[in-house]
Structure formats: structure tokens, C-alpha cells
Design a protein around this ligand. Structure first.
Ligand SMILES: *[C@@H]1O[C@H](CO)[C@@H](O)[C@H](O)[C@H]1NC(C)=O
Ligand SMILES: *[C@@H]1O[C@H](CO)[C@@H](O)[C@H](O)[C@H]1NC(C)=O
Ligand SMILES: *[C@@H]1O[C@H](CO)[C@@H](O)[C@H](O)[C@H]1NC(C)=O
Length: 591
């Protein structure tokens, strides 16, 4: 059964989760998180593993959050604008949890527009009901609240959450979700002295409503106005800069760095220090040391930094990539008991323009999966030999850009997605798909037909092992993300893809991740098993493009309609569009 929420004491945040892996003991221990008590996490109960099918069952906690989403005035680039705050915070509160925790987030929408947050870049197994995209669930209307509940099952690493509605992502509502390994699982590096969350991104001075109006009128939002580091845009020499991080001499720290921007790839570096890459989008990597790292839109990684320099201030630098005049922002990293300001001489960006792309592509090739390290389970990551599995389907995804009735649209292979009023997943589940969308308008090969504007859904077969080729014929970099899955990023190469290019694939130790970037006039290949039934969004991570249709949904149904493959619709699921008020279909069977 889907982990059904029994509301024991409505209104007091006491929820009882009969966890599908075990029974749950109600044992509420209130724990205030953060001195300001801005949000309260109730650590409730422990679920004791009683079923034996999962040999790694430990004691899982349920972590509860109440999030008030409001507008507030922010000025990350020095110009006041309308921002989106969570419990008054910008960036939003950190979700800190451990593999297999159940996360319950009650989101209250105080905006004047419908809202959805995607909290699920961590794969939600068997559960696309609350992926937080308009194709999977009804938006939270102004003045209403909705409770997301999901399990970070067998996940570790660093992830972003953010709003998927409108251009909200340009205004805030963004934060980091970090998943630790359980105590019994070895982590391939010593426990760092502390961790710092660093959210980088480009930023627009225009408010999100203005940006949305531009797109609705068929125009582009243009170039971003600057770069922010944790929503501040520090400049060299700024006085009284609050440090991004404080390190003690001799200790090693983990920096979890994410690019939450709308368009620009970013290069980041720390004056005088090197960075050891240890985690990339939920995988432990081979621990290479870098002087600077490229991070593309929507991506997260972790680096270790050892405080082994003269104790004083240093600049953490973020600059936009592949731009003739890069935007730059700095933040101060301070040594405790340090003495002296950071040097105004910033470490250089790796070469720019086309040479920068070659550098960046090489850096991508150096990212490798550590085959012997454990991820969320004790067995080594490399025990899954993806390179030995036969590909059952090749899907080619080309980003397209066109004018439709004089208005700018982006698409995939010529199909430009629009969200119907009824979420695709609900229409499908209620047997009303044909009233809302047509499957497979988009073909596996790019079509040369005029652009079609319609809901874009491909039908895929459960457990097929697919290869997705992303081809970018444009002059800008692209990044793609697939909800609900990790995929092996086996190649990024210049030019066009053809079957003989498969000899360039890394079939040994490509990193398992959930976003992939594609350089201008280049291609990228990823491989994955479609074993997570549900309706999953495959989209450009660049929100102008996503908003104007560069996305599609991959529908993977459980052939047996079995609960082994997919949970039933949660009791609490909101219904809207043509399914509003309809009785729920017969639940799936099985255990
Ligand atoms: C985050 O969670 C981990 C694992 O549960 C814990 O060790 C750590 O202290 C937590 N950090 C914060 C800042 O709460
Ligand atoms: C809205 O919040 C209230 C109070 O916490 C809670 O009881 C209710 O379940 C929430 N509604 C939804 C749809 O999550
Ligand atoms: C891979 O992980 C193992 C732990 O299983 C660790 O001992 C080793 O140093 C790591 N290798 C590299 C190259 O990072």
C-alpha cells in the first residue's frame, strides 16, 4: 500500500506514518530547528523494521516541516524586487536528512498565484504523485496548503528544491536538500569538520512577474544581470561581508555547491585552495582535485576543502562561463582566528569562449564513478554493470526553437509542451488520458515538421533499458534533467551523434546522475533502466526554455498494475481539471 497518512491530531502536526517497511511507533519528540524557530521540524517516532525483504532496514525517522511561502522584498543585485521566501528565509531552509528518512513538508501558499515546489530531485521510488511538476499534481492555490510526503529511499547526496510554477524560480523558494548516509554505511572520506551549502546562480533584476509577462508575450527574458552566491552578489573589497564559511586551520570541510540559475553555467573556485570532488548528484566520485569547477544549471556537487593556508580571508569566486564579459560574484571564506582581508587578485577563470568549452568538456570526462565506494547501500556502486545491458530503445532529444504565430517557443524535436489544466498523471490514472493529451506526438528521432504546441508525453515500457541522446544544434549550452531517475552520463562529445559514436561511451565508470549538460553544437548520451513507474518530467533546466515548452513527460506504467511497481494515489492527493470530484479508480493490487 501507499504509505497512507492517518491524521491523528489534525492541526497539531502530529501525523502517524504507518511506514510501508514497518510499523510505526508514535513517540513524538519535538525538536526546534534553528534558533529563530522559523520552522519547526517534528521528529516523530521511529519505525522499526519488521519485514525482512530489505536487509538494510534500520530505524527510520520521519522529518516534518511547515513551510510558509510568502513574497518579500529582496535585493540580491542591490535593486529591490519581489522575492519568494520560505518561512521568511532566502535561500529557503535546508532539508538535512539521512537515507531512507520520510520527509513530510506542509507547504502553505501565501502568494497570489498557484505554486508547486519540486522536492523530488531525489528519486521518489514508485511515486510520481508528488513530483512537484504541473504534469503530475494540481498546483497549490493561493491561500491553500498541501503536504508533500516522500521517502529519500536509498539516496545520498546534494539536491536542489525550487518552485516549478511560472517564473518563480527567478524569485526564490530555492534551497538545498542533503541526504546523509546511514551510520552503518561506509562513506569514502573522513567526516568533515562542518558542511556549507552554497547556492550559486545567475540573477535578473526584473521581477518574476515581469519575466513571465515577457515570455507570455513571445519574447525572451534576455541575459541575466549578475551572479549571486547564496542570494548575495559580493564584490571585491566590500566591507563587513558576512562570511560564507568559517574554517579552522588544519580541518577539512564539505562544500555542497548547486547552480540554481536560469541560464548561465558557472565556474567556481576558492583563492589559494584546491577542491577535492567527492560527490556529484547523488554518486560518490573518484576523488580528483580541481583548482576550479564548472557547474551547469540545475547541477549540484560536493567538494572537500582543507584549511591549510595562512589564516586570513579568502574569496570564493563564481563567474559565468562561455561569455565574453563574464559576470563575477565573490563571497568571503574566513579562517577562525585569521588575520587580514582577502587578496583583491582573483584566481583566473579557465579560458573563455570556445577554448573554455574544450576545457569544460575535458573536466566532464574526468568525472568518474568510484566503483568500490558504497552509495546508500553497502554494496559497491560498481556492482551494477550498466555497460553490459542491451539497449532496448534509443530516444533522440534535440532542443528546438521556433516562432509559433509570431511568438517564441522552445521544444523537443519540434513539439512544444503546454501543461493542460488536468495534470497528465491524474488524467492517465483516471482513464481519461485521451481527453487531455495524445501519447507519442514526439518521435524518437527529431522531425522536420513545423512546431506543434501540445502536451508532450511519450509512452515507455517498464524496465526498458534506454539510451537518450541529447543533441544541441544551437550556439548556447543546454542542460537537461529527468525526474525520478538517475542515469549514467556516458558521453559528451562535439558534433552530431551517430550509432558508431557509441564506441566513445564510458561503459565502465560514468557517473550516475540526474542532469546532463550539452555544449553548443555537441551531443550527450545517457543510459538508464525505466524501472520507476510513473509520469516523469524530462526538461531543459533553463527555465525560459522549460516555461516555453522545452520539456516532455515520460509515462511508464506498471504492466501488472501492481503495488510492487507503483504506489496508489495518496489519500491526500488534490484533484483538479476534469478529474475533480471523480471517485478514485480501483486501487492497484499486490504487496
Ligand atoms: C544533518 O544530519 C546529519 C545526519 O543525520 C547529522 O549528523 C548532522 O548533525 C545534521 N546537521 C545539521 C546542521 O543539522
Ligand atoms: C493543511 O494544513 C493543515 C494544518 O497543518 C493540515 O491539517 C492539512 O492536512 C493540510 N492540508 C493538506 C491538503 O495537506
Ligand atoms: C573509492 O572509494 C574507496 C572506498 O570504498 C576509497 O578507499 C578510495 O580511495 C576511493 N577511490 C578514489 C580514487 O577516490
Amino acid at each position: 500500500m501507499f504509505p497512507k497518512l492517518l491524521q491523528e491530531e489534525v492541526g497539531s502536526n502530529i501525523l502517524l506514518l504507518p511506514h510501508f517497511l514497518g510499523v510505526c511507533r508514535k513517540d513524538s519528540k519535538k525538536q526546534a530547528v534553528g534558533s529563530r524557530m522559523i520552522f519547526v521540524a517534528l521528529l516523530l517516532g521511529v519505525s522499526m523494521g519488521v519485514m525482512t525483504e530489505d536487509p538494510y532496514l534500520g530505524i527510520y525517522s520521519n522529518i516534518f516541516f511547515d513551510w510558509k511561502v510568502t513574497y518579500g522584498t529582496i535585493a540580491p543585485l542591490g535593486v529591490p524586487q519581489q522575492g519568494i521566501l520560505i518561512n521568511g528565509e532566502f535561500p529557503g531552509p535546508k532539508i538535512n536528512c539521512t537515507s531512507n528518512n520520510n520527509i513530510v513538508v506542509n507547504v502553505f501558499n501565501y502568494l497570489d498565484e498557484p505554486l508547486l515546489l519540486t522536492l523530488s530531485r531525489v528519486q521518489q521510488r514508485k511515486n510520481s504523485w508528488q513530483d512537484g511538476t504541473p504534469g503530475t499534481m494540481c498546483p497549490i492555490l493561493p491561500g491553500q496548503n498541501f503536504t508533500y510526503h516522500f521517502q529519500v529511499k536509498d539516496q545520498i547526496g546534494s539536491y536542489l528544491y525550487f518552485p516549478t510554477t511560472g517564473l518563480h524560480r527567478a524569485a526564490g523558494g530555492i534551497g538545498i536538500l542533503q541526504v546523509h548516509s546511514r551510520d552503518l554505511i561506509p562513506v569514502p572520506f573522513d567526516r568533515p569538520a562542518d558542511e556549507f551549502a552554497v547556492i550559486l546562480g545567475d540573477w535578473y533584476k526584473k521581477g518574476h512577474k515581469t519575466l513571465k509577462r515577457l515570455l507570455d508575450s513571445g519574447r525572451s527574458i534576455g541575459k541575466p544581470d549578475g551572479i549571486v552566491i547564496n542570494e548575495k552578489s559580493g564584490k571585491v573589497g566590500d566591507l563587513a561581508a558576512e562570511p560564507l564559511a568559517v574554517m579552522e586551520q588544519g580541518k577539512t570541510y564539505r562544500y555542497r555547491v548547486c547552480n540554481s540559475g536560469l541560464k548561465n553555467s558557472i565556474n567556481f573556485r576558492l583563492q589559494g585552495h584546491t577542491m577535492k570532488l567527492v560527490e556529484l548528484e547523488g554518486s560518490h566520485t573518484v576523488q580528483n582535485v580541481y583548482e576550479s569547477t564548472d557547474l551547469h544549471v540545475g547541477q549540484c556537487l560536493s567538494v572537500l576543502v582543507t584549511a591549510n593556508q595562512v589564516p586570513k580571508d579568502y574569496y570564493f569566486v563564481a563567474s559565468s562561463r562561455f561569455a565574453r564579459r563574464p559576470d563575477v560574484a565573490v563571497a568571503v571564506v574566513r579562517y577562525a582566528n585569521g588575520n587580514g582581508p582577502a587578496s583583491p587578485v582573483l584566481p583566473p577563470t579557465p579560458t573563455e569562449n570556445s577554448a573554455g568549452i574544450a576545457w569544460s568538456m575535458n573536466q566532464f570526462r574526468s568525472f568518474r564513478w568510484n566503483l568500490t565506494a558504497s552509495a546508500a547501500r553497502p554494496n559497491p556502486q560498481g556492482s551494477y554493470h550498466y555497460g553490459k545491458i542491451d539497449v532496448t530503445r534509443t530516444i533522440k532529444v534535440t532542443n528546438t526553437r521556433s516562432l509559433v504565430k509570431g511568438k517564441l517557443r522552445f521544444g523537443i524535436n519540434g513539439v512544444s509542451h503546454v501543461d493542460p489544466e488536468t495534470p497528465l498523471k491524474l488524467a492517465e490514472y483516471f482513464g481519461l488520458a485521451d481527453k487531455v493529451f495524445k501519447y507519442d506526438l514526439v518521435k524518437d528521432e527529431p522531425a522536420n515538421e513545423p512546431a506543434v504546441v501540445a502536451p508532450n508525453v511519450v509512452n515507455a515500457v517498464f524496465r526498458n533499458f534506454v539510451e537518450i541522446i541529447f543533441e544541441n544544434h544551437e550556439k548556447m549550452i543546454q542542460t537537461w534533467h529527468l525526474d525520478g531517475y538517475s542515469f549514467f552520463a556516458v558521453a559528451i562529445e562535439p558534433g552530431r551523434w551517430s550509432p558508431d559514436k557509441r564506441k566513445l561511451y564510458n561503459l565502465q565508470d560514468a557517473v550516475s546522475r540526474h542532469t546532463i549538460h550539452v555544449y553548443p553544437n555537441s551531443w550527450a548520451a545517457v543510459m538508464t533502466t525505466l524501472d520507476n513507474a510513473g509520469m516523469r518530467n524530462l526538461r531543459s533546466e533553463m527555465w525560459e526554455r522549460t516555461y516555453l515548452g522545452q520539456q516532455m513527460y515520460v509515462s511508464v506504467l506498471s504492466p501488472a498494475k501492481s503495488l510492487r511497481d507503483e504506489y496508489n494515489i495518496p489519500e491526500s492527493q488534490q484533484l483538479c481539471g476534469i478529474v475533480k470530484g471523480l471517485p478514485k479508480p480501483t486501487p492497484y493490487a499486490g504487496t
